[in-house]
Structure formats: structure tokens, C-alpha cells
Design a protein around this ligand. Structure first.
Ligand SMILES: Cc1cc2nc3c(=O)[nH]c(=O)nc-3n(C[C@H](O)[C@H](O)[C@H](O)COP(=O)(O)O)c2cc1C
Length: 295
């Protein structure tokens, strides 16, 4: 999670029994090397690296770092990393888990050799497609043979158990982990998440040129409303500029990627506590469901 998931969060997830994943989006190659080294100082457990394929040179250089430094697992987000990169990683013994927004993408990356697939629905924070998690995970699970991990809109044991019922073998959490002491997200972002309800995000292409689900700011809402209403381009440009100015101003309201589960996050909680709670609650929930089915 770019902006939230540094070595501290990744190590905390690894220590709690999950697979932490370091982001590379927007960072330099040197920063990735430093983050891998730092994370290894904090945990002896395995962790992965996420490569957002924003260009061939970027993708290939980050993949080369992962191979050189013996990173065991790479996830790829927002787009297809390409057959060559997947092959190179797999030939070096790295397991590759692409994030996909549709059945078509899932079939393609499976054919390219993906070891598992992360099916991410439109409720998620960050880059999104158009299909929601409930229909997406079930249809991807039906379409591929490799294991499927569900992402998008999962924040507690209920979402975890639902994902298992849809055919996933595990879940990827994003937004829930922003509101942790271990995340690098700014304090005001964590506060905004605690105060928001489920309507507090929107999808915009203003941040990266591709659709990103993010916390709403007043300037962003105004721009997106004007765009959807078909306001003249001059007015839209003015509102885009206002959004950029406010985002850069010290103490200004900033857009920060977050998903629709923000409404269920009511406190900043350590990663270990979140994981224990999800597993404990899921075990109890599965027990209740089995008892109800047997009755
Ligand atoms: C702040 C933030 C930054 C993210 N950055 C990335 C990223 O760099 N690469 C990526 O593949 N996914 C990224 N994501 C998506 C997450 O990895 C994850 O798939 C998603 O958050 C799951 O949905 P949820 O937010 O509903 O939990 C990001 C999500 C958030 C909230």
C-alpha cells in the first residue's frame, strides 16, 4: 500500500502470520532495496513486494531487484506485468500473484503462469476496476484453476468467511491496515477514516490517470460532480487546479486511497490485534454457520 505500507507495517503483518507486501509504486529502486533491507531487520519471516507495472523499464528493474535480493513472492497491481516479467520471476523461483479486476484478466495471467490470482473488486481502496468483489471473486474462482485470493471491501471476519464461501482461499486487506499504529499514513488520514462512513470514498482518475478509490475531499467532490454533470472543460480545469493546490498546501485536505469499509473502522488498532480478532471471530462464525446448517 503506497503511502501506508512501509517496512514497519509489512513486518507487523508478517509477525502476525500474514504475508506483508512492500509497495514500489512511485518509489526509486534504491528505496526498494532499502525497504527490503529494513524489513529484514524487523522480521525473519517471509514477505513480498508489490510491483505496479507503470512502464516496462520500471517493471523490469523492480523485478530484477526482487530476484537479486531473493524476495519469494511478488504481487502485481494495476495492469498486466507482461509475460516476460512473469516468466523471468518464475524462472528465478519467485511466486507471482497478479491483482486482477475481471475474469478476462484472470484467464490471461493464469495462462502466463501466475501462481495464484488476487481478484480485487471495486469496493477496494487504490486502483479499481468496475466489478464488485461479490460477483468478481465467484466468477474468477469458477474461471481459473490456480488459488484465488479475494480483495476489496473485506474488513473483518464476516468478509473473510464470505470470501471463503465465494471460492477464495484467502484475503488481501488494504484499507483496514491504514488505521494501525504500524502504518505510515499521516495521523490526519487515520482520523478521517475513523470519522468517515461507508459513503466517504469516491473513484477518480485525477490522482494517477487511472481510476483510484480514495477518501473524498471537498475539492475532489466538487470536481467529480462537475465532470459527471458535463460542466464546460474550462470549469473542470479550474476545479482540477483547485484540487491540486489544496492537496499540496501544508495542512491541506489530501486525497488518500481508501475503500468502502472505512465506515466499519472505529479505532486505530495494532495489526496483531486485528489479525487475532479476524481469526477468532471467523472460527466462531463458521461454527455458528455449521451448527445452523446441521439443525
Ligand atoms: C492507501 C492504499 C495504497 C495502495 N497501494 C497499492 C499499490 O501500491 N499496489 C497495489 O497493487 N495495490 C495497492 N492498493 C490496493 C491494496 O493492495 C488492496 O488490494 C486493497 O486495498 C484491498 O481492498 P480494501 O482496501 O477494501 O481492503 C492500495 C490500497 C490502499 C488503501
Amino acid at each position: 500500500m503506497q503511502g501506508a505500507g512501509g517496512p514497519r507495517l509489512v513486518a507487523a503483518v508478517a509477525e502476525a502470520g500474514g504475508l506483508g507486501v512492500l509497495p514500489t509504486f512511485g518509489g526509486t529502486e534504491a528505496a526498494l532495496r532499502a525497504d527490503i533491507a529494513h524489513t529484514r531487520e524487523l522480521t525473519g519471516r517471509p514477505f513480498g513486494v508489490n510491483i505496479t507495472p507503470i512502464g516496462r523499464a520500471f517493471t523490469e528493474s523492480r523485478a530484477a531487484v526482487c530476484i537479486e535480493l531473493g524476495v519469494p513472492i511478488v504481487t502485481t497491481g494495476r495492469g498486466d506485468p507482461g509475460l516476460k516479467v512473469v516468466e523471468r520471476l518464475r524462472n528465478a523461483g519467485v511466486r507471482v500473484l497478479p491483482v486482477v479486476p475481471s475474469v478476462k484478466h484472470a484467464r490471461r495471467v493464469e495462462a502466463e503462469g501466475a501462481d495464484a490470482i488476487i481478484a480485487s473488486g471495486s469496493e477496494a481502496g487504490g486502483h479499481v476496476g468496475t466489478v464488485a468483489t461479490l460477483p468478481l471473486v465467484a466468477q474468477v474462482a469458477d474461471a481459473v484453476r490456480v488459488p484465488v485470493v479475494a480483495a476489496g471491501g473485506i474488513g473483518d471476519a464476516r468478509g473473510f468467511v464470505a470470501a471463503l464461501a465465494l471460492g477464495a482461499c484467502g484475503i488481501q486487506l488494504g484499507t483496514r491496515l491504514i488505521a494501525t499504529p504500524e502504518s505510515e499514513a499521516p495521523a490526519h488520514t487515520k482520523r478521517s477514516i475513523l470519522e468517515a462512513d461507508e459513503t466517504g470514498t469516491l473513484v477518480t482518475s485525477l490522482l494517477t490517470g487511472k481510476p483510484v478509490r480514495t477518501l473524498v475531499t471537498a475539492a475532489l467532490r466538487e470536481y467529480e460532480s462537475a465532470r459527471l454533470a458535463g460542466a464546460p472543460e474550462e470549469r473542470q480545469a479550474e476545479l482540477r487546479e483547485r484540487f491540486r493546490r489544496e492537496s499540496q498546501a501544508p495542512g491541506g485536505e489530501r486525497a488518500f486511497a481508501a475503500g468502502q469499509i472505512i465506515g466499519m473502522i472505529r479505532e486505530v488498532q495494532p495489526v496483531a490485534e486485528i489479525f487475532t480478532q479476524i481469526i477468532t471471530d471467523a472460527t466462531a462464525l463458521l461454527g455458528r454457520l455449521s451448527a445452523a446448517a446441521a439443525a
